[in-house]
Design a protein around this ligand. Structure first.
Ligand code: ZN
Ligand code: ZN
Length: 302
């Protein structure tokens, strides 16, 4: 074998001819002057930025040293635009955005805080926890989870707890919306839904949708009901009963969180029914194995 397994795999995953190995990429930006150049480019009012303007904003006297580091970045992180100066390539802008978002540098601590709504199982209060750059919502009384997703530390800056909870709600909705459309929220690669059935420690059956990226392996898991949050008919059903779904945190909607609202009708192929109760009415939404809505009925109990 002439090639290592690693390079074959990376070649297949990335399918590009001039990709850098991750270690080489990190080595290229692991230098304060290079990071300062990327940050100066990010803060510029207009891009491309001329050599002299960029040099001035980075504030290094030695122009040869500045030029040396600039050239190291040029190619993969920065591009030179003839006659105009320097601009980002995608990877360079991504690095700066990650630093601004705090993913590389900060390790913020946040005390758990109460959020709107109550536990879908026991009615207990809900607490949000921030750990390892993930925000999780759990019931104080029974520990039941109401969603746990990555949340960059930059999202905590200048926000009160209620603002953090709002931002988290929006972020989860957007990530799931992208994933449901088949687009990986991390790398924009292709995502396909897979149905997963398991039982909880209390022997309760759980059916979940798992979408994993064919390119980067990122996985997004949710209750079947969460797919319906943006469905026009589901939105209308709620609006007609005085509920704006876009103003209701997803974790306060039991059918978005709790697998017991989803019934598996058949397994080969998969077919589901999600029950969405509002007051005396229950909307019954049927979905196929690709999570497309096939049927909707509204039942009224008098
Ligand atoms: Zn509970
Ligand atoms: Zn991906």
């Amino acid at each position: 074998m002439s090639e290592s397994t690693t390079s074959i795999e990376i070649g297949r995953l990335m399918d590009c001819t001039d990709c850098l190995e991750p270690a080489e990429a990190f080595a290229l930006i692991g230098n304060e002057i290079r990071l300062a150049i990327l940050e100066a480019l990010f803060e510029a009012d207009d891009r491309p930025v001329s050599f002299s303007t960029l040099h001035r904003s980075v504030g290094i006297r030695d122009s040869a040293q500045f030029n040396y580091h600039l050239q190291k970045l040029t190619g993969h992180f920065i591009r030179h635009v003839d006659g105009e100066g320097y601009d980002f390539r995608y990877a360079g802008e991504k690095v700066v955005r990650a630093i601004v978002a705090g993913s590389f540098t900060e390790r913020p601590e946040l005390e758990p805080f109460l959020v709107e709504g109550e536990c879908v199982d026991c009615g207990g209060e809900l607490l949000a926890y921030y750990q390892e750059e993930h925000l999780s919502i759990e019931c104080v009384s029974c520990d039941r989870g109401h969603g746990s997703y990555d949340f960059p530390p930059g999202g905590l800056t200048d926000r009160a707890p209620s603002g953090i909870a709002d931002a988290f709600d929006q972020r989860v909705r957007h990530l799931h919306c992208l994933a449901a459309d088949g687009v990986c929220p991390e790398c924009s690669g292709r995502m396909q839904p897979k149905i997963r059935e398991r039982t909880t420690s209390n022997d309760e059956p759980v059916v979940e949708v798992e979408r994993s990226c064919e390119q980067c392996g990122h996985v997004v898991t949710s209750a079947v009901g969460l797919q319906l949050l943006d469905d026009a008919e589901v939105v209308t059903f709620h609006r007609e009963r005085g509920i704006r779904l876009d103003q209701q945190p997803y974790w306060t909607l039991p059918w978005c969180v709790c697998p017991t609202y989803t019934t598996v009708l058949s397994r080969d192929p998969y077919r589901f029914e999600v029950a969405i109760p509002v007051d005396a009415d229950t909307m019954q939404v049927r979905l196929d194995s690709q999570l497309e809505v096939t049927d909707i009925a509204i039942l009224t109990t008098s």
